[in-house]
Design a protein around this ligand. Structure first.
Ligand code: SF4
Length: 470
């Protein structure tokens, strides 16, 4: 069969440039490519980069779906189905709300694809396709499939060096996909498999795009000891629990950790409590930041505005704290009730959700009624926060004390965030992977860090192999 694997066009936030959409390929689609027997022909189309040819002669279309592209996925499916092509959908949003998804596609894949993809292909060939293929049973680490990196055209992306070492997360914060009924149980992949992926990428720089790189600290310790001789540079996402494992933080530094993405989410303790992000303790944030910075590791902090206990003061207080703490980069979001999560159920019960257009669910829209903030206040102050955090004055105030980090810090704060439009124009003139390599070269060889945490986080959210929305 000729199979088309599609990543629909995403909805950019006001502060994003096209670079965000071309940061890295979808690991979900690369995994499907690897799972497909060679007797079939595979083509991947990323709608953020290229147009979909609806008249292309194909036997099967598979679409990976995150919440904000769901409306577009429906349009794509409708076009192909009109032409008699079978369309299957899977991914995080489909898994979170299968019943709402099922009417729009010939079949849906709920949960992990590893154990059902082959059956889907056989059923399609035998004209016996089922409506729902569900595999939410515990996947064993050894059953996870490595992505097929060979099918990626590196010229289309800034970075292709993305690897997932695990699935899921041991925590279940209310706003996160890990709180969904169908979420996968946390597992680590076999260390040998991850090392094989690293070797396949033929690079010395890796972005680990797990929901939580330290979900099982013993596994992480063993893994890092194993990759130590490889002399890598790497980035990952961890929870604040890293403060309980300072030996692991030491090992991270020794094995080439450049930056860590951390979900602080808020500096309001009651807000944290209200969404059951119980592992976070605001009183320990400053110690945590000191411990990480003292090891020469940069931080990309995740912040959420619009949590239940927030009021007008949260924006300025958060900005001041982040600037004083010299957090290198920030990814901020407006609280968004992703369908299927505990937060979504809770807001539905309270009749708080006012906007059901899922294309707005990209964490840059206010889709619910907040008790203390109007939608305009929440949106305007969110935009204000971004502008202020990446203002020249505040970029300069946040310059790392560690001189070795400064080139990388300045490059990415200015070229990616502050003057991203200029970089976007540059990216249309130079092959993207070359731009990525130039950025790496400057930050690595001029005494700075090799990779920006912001880049890491974008790859993390683009890959849609993960379930952490924030
Ligand atoms: S928000 Fe982060 S810590 Fe919480 S469940 Fe999701 S991945 Fe885990």
């Amino acid at each position: 069969m000729k199979i088309l694997l599609i990543q629909p066009k995403m909805n950019m936030r006001p502060m994003d440039t096209k670079l965000k959409t071309r940061m890295s390929p979808s690991l979900a689609l690369l995994t499907l490519a690897k799972l497909t027997p060679p007797s079939h022909q595979i083509k991947i189309v990323n709608e953020n980069i290229e147009k979909i040819n609806f008249n292309e002669s194909v036997d099967l279309v598979a679409i990976t779906v995150t919440v904000d592209v769901f409306p577009r996925a429906i349009e794509i499916a409708s076009e192909f189905r009109k032409r008699g092509v079978t369309v299957i959908a899977g991914g995080i949003h489909i898994t979170a709300v299968p019943n709402e998804s099922v009417p729009y596609f010939d079949a849906i894949c709920v949960g992990v694809a590893e154990r059902v993809w082959q059956r889907i292909l056989t059923d399609k060939e035998n004209n016996s396709l089922q409506k729902i293929y569900k595999d939410t049973e515990d996947l064993k680490g050894g059953e996870t499939c490595s992505p097929d990196y060979k099918v990626v055209d590196p010229k289309k992306y800034l970075y292709t060096n993305i690897i997932s070492t695990s699935r899921g997360c041991p925590h279940k914060c209310d706003f996160c996909y890990n709180s969904c009924i169908n979420s996968v149980k946390y597992i680590n992949r076999p260390i040998d498999d991850v090392v094989a992926d690293i070797m396949a990428l033929k690079t010395k720089h890796i972005m680990f795009i797990d929901d939580n790189f330290i979900g099982n600290p013993n596994w992480t310790r063993e893994f890092l000891l194993c990759i130590k001789p490889l002399n890598l540079k790497w980035n990952a996402a961890v929870t604040v629990n890293i403060l309980n494992h300072l030996d692991l933080l030491d090992l991270m530094k020794k094995t080439g950790c450049q930056s860590l993405f951390i979900g602080f989410e808020t500096i309001n303790a009651n807000s944290l409590k209200s969404v059951h992000k119980n592992q976070n303790n605001i009183e320990k944030y400053d110690t945590l930041i000191r411990e990480i910075h003292s090891r020469g590791i940069m931080i990309n902090g995740s912040i959420v505005f619009g949590l239940p206990e927030d009021d007008e003061s949260i924006f300025e207080n958060t900005l001041n704290w982040l600037v004083q703490s010299r957090i290198e980069t920030v990814t901020a979001h407006i609280l968004t009730p992703y369908p299927g999560t505990v937060l979504h159920k809770d807001m539905l019960t309270k009749k708080q959700i006012k906007d059901f257009n899922l294309s707005h669910y990209n964490t840059a829209h206010v889709v619910f009624e907040h008790e203390k903030l109007t939608a305009k206040q929440l949106y305007d102050r969110y935009i204000w926060f971004y502008k202020e955090f990446y203002s020249i004055k505040n970029i300069l105030r946040r310059i790392p004390e560690d001189k070795a980090q400064r080139v990388s810090f300045l490059l990415f704060n200015f070229l990616y965030r502050k003057y991203g439009k200029f970089t976007e124009i540059l990216s249309s003139l130079v092959p993207l992977n070359l731009l990525g390599k130039i950025a790496e070269h400057f930050s690595y060889f001029k005494g700075g860090r090799k990779q920006s945490v912001e880049i890491y986080n974008t790859a993390y959210s683009n890959s849609n192999n993960n379930s952490c929305p924030l």
